[in-house]
Design a protein around this ligand. Structure first.
Ligand code: NAP
Length: 492
């Protein structure tokens, strides 16, 4: 099965921080794929900027090297690469001073009527000054948009300050706050599964669902990003954005349509219905951990404090939370959330566990009946698995067994699986905000996160240590086992 490609309108895309890690690993490869698939029309331009002075040709050579490094050889085609590189221009611009802005103005001047995207692939401390200068140089045209990356602040207050700075220059409908999880195929599929099938929706509530687990597990440590990570931690880096967005899509009511505001209105209601975790409750409903030396993939790895070179840090590299949504649909259904670095496996999934059957008509000899589970895997192998009970095949007595209906998207669809950034960048050009976070969503998410951060800060308890290569501190296992449940482990 192949994907239908609908070309977007012609655009000028200005990438601030075009020489950075995000640009090289994600943005440039995503743009290459969209171009090679014929989605980017002739004449569309990509203008890279950073402080480093560089000629246009030197920047094109830089782009080529990023493509050669981050696009697998079998997906690179010289026929497409040459015209792709010709789209690129470069201007040295300092976000924090006037250097280069007149040059950027000149480069954009010929096309005031086309879609103009400013992608801020720089630290959030520069968002305000870049937007100020974009405004001062009158670069905001009716079709201008700005894209910003996480982290959007370190608390509700700092997020508001960033949003205010950007909002002085761009109206809300032109601001695209990226959460790349929303561009993932499985996350999109969550909407399709829930709202394009009659099967699940009648069961999607506290009468039929026992609990939900959301796990985003990484095997990597903090690598070269220890400096940034230590100022954030797992709660800010993963839960405030990615995991809460997954909670929203799992728990929201059917939206009136898939247009941006109806979807975002429903997500916002979920965020507003999250039961606050405050004061004393924080110690029983959350677990924070920090990895110590251990092994990852059979190789010895250092602990977080050694990687960081600071033995005093209390930043968490793991967090588990028992969340609840106080509304009619979900009252009494726990949402167990966990994420961490240096865990046993790289695995992100949403697991919906249904309630046990009310009564078994089978003999005890048929064996135990395991409740149904719907597992949506986001990575590494995107797909959906529905665990069902069936009769153990073969002659003899009635014995029951638990088997998955398993669909791996990679196996089911032979077309290349696009990265989330490909979809999201094209959505920005198209002006579709459905997969981007609205200001009120970000602020509502912080409102739930802030008291947890405050309680952690106010307690003298350090994060619980866990050995790299395990599933985190034993307290996270104890947290779910106290409720008579266990973390899902894929055994098939
Ligand atoms: N890397 C990722 O995987 C990732 C994932 C999610 C979100 N993010 C977010 O994306 C943003 C960029 O991250 P990154 O990892 O790409 O950072 P990075 O590798 O440090 O790159 C930063 C870029 O910004 C440019 N820059 C720095 N100061 C500047 C200034 N005053 N004026 C103009 N350009 C300036 C740098 O070039 P010069 O120094 O030459 O100016 C470089 O091109 C951050 O907000 C980060 O949190 C990154």
């Amino acid at each position: 099965m192949t994907t239908r490609i609908i070309p977007v309108d012609v655009f000028d895309l200005v990438v601030f921080g075009a020489t950075g890690d995000l640009s090289q690993r994600k943005l440039l490869p995503a743009l290459y794929h969209r171009d090679a698939d014929g989605q980017i029309p002739p004449g569309a331009r990509i203008i890279g900027t950073s402080r480093k002075p560089m000629s246009r040709d030197a920047f094109r050579a830089f782009v080529l090297s990023a493509i050669e490094t981050y696009v697998p050889a079998e997906e690179r085609n010289p026929v497409f690469i040459k015209p792709f590189l010709e789209r690129f221009d470069y201007v040295a611009v300092d976000a924090a001073s006037e250097t280069g802005w007149a040059d950027l103005e000149k480069i954009l001047a010929p096309n005031p009527d086309r879609i103009r995207v400013f992608y801020l692939a720089v630290g959030p401390d520069l968002f305000g000054s870049i937007c100020d200068r974009i405004g001062a140089h009158k670069l905001v045209t009716p079709k201008a948009r700005v894209v910003i990356e996480k982290p959007l602040g370190k608390s509700g207050e700092s997020a508001r300050a960033i949003n205010d700075e950007i909002g002085k220059v761009f109206p809300e409908q032109s601001i695209y706050r990226i959460d790349h999880y929303l561009g993932k195929e499985t996350v999109q599929n969550l909407m399709a599964l829930r709202f394009a099938n009659a099967l699940f929706e009648p069961l999607w509530n506290s009468a039929h669902i026992d609990h939900v687990q959301i796990t985003v597990a990484e095997t990597l440590g903090v690598e070269g990003r220890a400096g940034y990570y230590d100022t954030a931690g797992a709660l800010r880096d993963m839960v405030q954005n990615h995991i809460l967005q997954l909670v929203c899509l799992t728990a929201m009511e059917p939206p009136a349509s898939t247009a941006s505001d109806p979807v975002r209105d429903e997500k916002l209601k979920v965020l507003k219905s999250l039961k606050p975790i405050t004061g004393e409750a924080v110690s029983s409903a959350t677990v924070r951990g920090q990895y110590r030396a251990g092994a990852s993939g059979g190789v010895a790895v250092p602990g977080y404090l050694d990687e960081l070179g600071n033995s005093d840090s209390t930043t968490e590299t793991f967090v588990a939370i028992r969340a609840e949504i106080s509304n009619w649909r979900w009252n009494g259904v726990p949402f167990y959330l966990r994420t961490g670095k240096r865990l046993e496996k790289r695995e992100s999934e949403i697991v919906v566990t249904f309630k046990p059957i009310p009564y078994s008509v089978f003999e005890v000899t048929a064996g135990p009946i395991t409740p149904n589970r719907l597992v949506m895997r986001l990575q590494p192998d995107e797909g959906v698995k529905l665990w069902l009970m069936i009769k153990d095949p073969g002659p003899g007595g009635m014995r029951l067994t638990h088997v998955p209906l398993d669909m791996s998207f990679a196996k089911a669809f032979t077309a290349r699986h696009p990265d989330a950034y490909e979809r999201l960048i094209m959505d920005v050009v198209r002006g579709s905000q459905t997969l981007f976070m609205r200001r009120d969503e970000v602020e509502a998410a912080w409102k739930w996160i802030d008291p947890i951060l405050d309680a952690w800060k106010g307690s003298n308890e350090p994060p619980k240590p866990y050995t790299a290569g395990t599933w985190g501190p034993s307290a996270a296992v104890a947290m779910i086992e106290r409720d008579g449940r266990t973390w899902y482990e894929d055994v098939a």
